[in-house]
Every structure is written in C-alpha cells, then in structure tokens.
Design a protein around this ligand. Structure first.
Ligand code: SF4
Length: 326
C-alpha cells in the first residue's frame, strides 16, 4: 500500500475550515492508503516559541478531534511529532545538504515574517522549518502528501531536498508527490477566509449554543438592511457556507428567496444552523466520549508513536548506512 503523510500544528483549536479543508479528506484517504497523521508540535514552536503554554492543551484537543472526525487508529498511524525524535535526527542530517538560498526563497518565510509582527521570526528554527517538514515526510518514505493547489509549492522544497540526498548518497527516498484535492474555501463569520488569526471561526469544540449564536450574528449581504430589502446571496458570507453545508435544492431555494426578499436572514440562517449541526453533532458526541477517557487518548498516541518509531528507525538506519556514519 502506498503511504500518505500529513500533519497539523497544534497552534490553536480546530475549526470548520480545518474539517472541510483537510480532516474529512484524511478520513477518506485512510480507506485507500497507509496513512500517517501526526500532530506537529515542533512546528508550532517555530512561531510560538515565546509562549508555548497552550501547546500541550492544543495537542490534547487535536487528538480528540482527529478521533472524533473519524480517523481510525486501526487504519491510520496517529502520533505526536516530538515523541518520535528520529524526525529531529533526520532534520539535522538533511540540514547539512540544504543550501541556505533554498530556504530563504520559500515564499512563506518572508510572508509570515511580515504577517506576524509581534514575534521575531528571524530564527534558525523558523528558517529551517521546511527542512524539518522534509524530514517529517521523508522519514516515512511517504509517496503522497495531501495538498491544495496553492500549497503545491510548499512540497517542492521537500522534493528538491529528496533529489539532492538521493543524488549524493543513492536512492533512499521516494520523491513524494502532492495528492491534489480541491477543497471549498470555508468563509468565516466576517466574510474573510475562516482562520484563527482573524478570530472568525466556528470551532469543532464550540458548544451548540455558541455555534447557533455565532451564525445568528454573522455577516449577511451588507446591503440587505431591512427584511423587505432584496439581497444578493453571492455577497453574503452566510450563503458561502450554505454552498458547503446545504443541499443543492436548499441552496437554490435560499438564493431565490434572498433575491426576492421572500425569506428573512434569520430564517435563512436557521437552515444553515440545522445543516451545520448535522455535521457537528456526531463530532460533538464523539468528542464527549473521548474527553471522558484521557487515558485511552494517551494509549492511542503511545501506540501510534510506537508504530511510527519503527518505520522512522528503519529509514534512519538506512540513511546512516549510506552516509557512512558509524
Ligand atoms: S437571506 Fe440568507 S443569503 Fe440572503 S443576505 Fe440574508 S443571510 Fe445572506
């Protein structure tokens, strides 16, 4: 079976954007591939090194969410990055062969430095995170990494490092490919892309009342001020969520009724609330079950880590052999 690898940074709670943009796809992939899904806690430190106090809590919440959305530890290897120190060892070895220019060229290096103004990101760790990412992927000899089209360039440096290593020392790593999947972009409560940095998210851990309240107060077509005003659904963030969570029939009905002012925004939002609840209710009840069993969660992480370690050690032995390390 070919291998897939993916991970997420525990830098905050998971939201509907993460669910639709990644996790639901991961659940599908585990039926077809040997999947390794990890919690990238070292990556979270590359930007959150000044205050790491939330990372532990976020790891626990992420683990609960991984399981609650349907990742199955019997099918997928679920583990925590820092529990497999072999990633760090391969990171060091790969960093020896990675030209500095490749890292300085990575678009997110400059973008994030400009975006995150409250922390100094001119650090060795932040510059080197693509090498760590490459180690994460190559240590499992992953064939595929699920990505959206806009993230394909992120994988390119891993492919370059992989080629350079294989050229210098012999074919050890398969060149990982992006497993392209087009995901709808999930709109946040304010009409921008749903993102924790915009504070516009519906989180998987939000209580039902909170979700209801967030949708009831979310932005609509700004020109639809009175109930009698006709609206344009395309200008309404609410409708953007209908496009993901409501049926085609409901979408058409809502769009027509919005344009003719036959429906009020609150009624329109009620339909959306019902449909988002349909997706979130099974996740909420699974979260509740898992949160009641913290030891079980740790066991899952331990077992996944042991399995990941075995594969990682095997690769590292091969790497050390070709490098001629004693
Ligand atoms: S009726 Fe629905 S789609 Fe139209 S503006 Fe109101 S909330 Fe948005």
């Amino acid at each position: 079976m070919e291998r897939v690898l993916s991970g997420m940074q525990p830098s905050g709670r998971l939201h509907l954007g993460n669910l639709v943009g990644a996790l639901q796809n991961w659940v599908r992939l585990q039926e077809k591939y040997e999947c390794y899904y990890f919690i990238a806690d070292w990556h979270a430190l590359t930007t959150q090194y000044t205050d790491a106090s939330q990372i532990k809590e976020n790891i626990e919440d992420m683990l609960v969410n991984y399981l609650a959305v349907g990742l199955d530890p019997k099918k997928s290897t679920i583990f925590i990055q820092s529990w497999v120190p072999e990633h760090a060892e391969l990171h060091i070895l790969l960093s020896m062969i990675t030209p500095l220019g490749w890292l300085e060229r990575v678009p997110t290096y400059k973008e994030k430095q400009q975006e995150i103004k409250d922390r100094d990101l001119a650090t060795h760790g932040f510059l080197g995170y693509p090498v760590l990412q490459s180690a994460d992927i190559l240590i499992y000899k992953a064939n595929y990494v699920p990505v959206g089209i806009d993230q394909l360039s992120h994988l390119e440096i891993t492919r370059e490092i992989c080629r350079r290593f294989n050229f210098l020392y012999g074919d050890v790593f398969p060149e990982p490919e992006g497993l392209l999947t087009e995901f709808p972009k999930v709109t946040g409560l304010d009409g921008r892309k749903m993102s924790k940095s915009y504070n516009n998210c519906i989180y998987l851990s939000d209580a039902p009342k909170e979700v209801e309240q967030k949708i009831k107060t979310m932005m609509t077509d700004p020109k639809r001020i009175r109930r009698t005003d006709k609206g344009d659904p395309e200008l309404s963030p609410v409708f953007q969520l209908h496009k993901i969570f409501s049926t085609k029939n409901e979408q058409e009905e809502v769009a027509d009724s919005c344009r003719t002012a036959a429906i009020g925004c609150l009624d329109c939002k009620e339909i959306l609330i019902k449909n988002i609840f349909k997706v979130l209710e099974p996740i909420w009840s699974a979260r509740k079950r898992f949160l009641e069993k913290p030891e079980f969660l740790k066991d899952i992480a331990r077992a996944g880590t042991e399995k990941a370690k075995m594969a990682a050690k095997e690769t590292l032995t091969e790497v050390k052999n070709v490098l001629g390390l004693y």
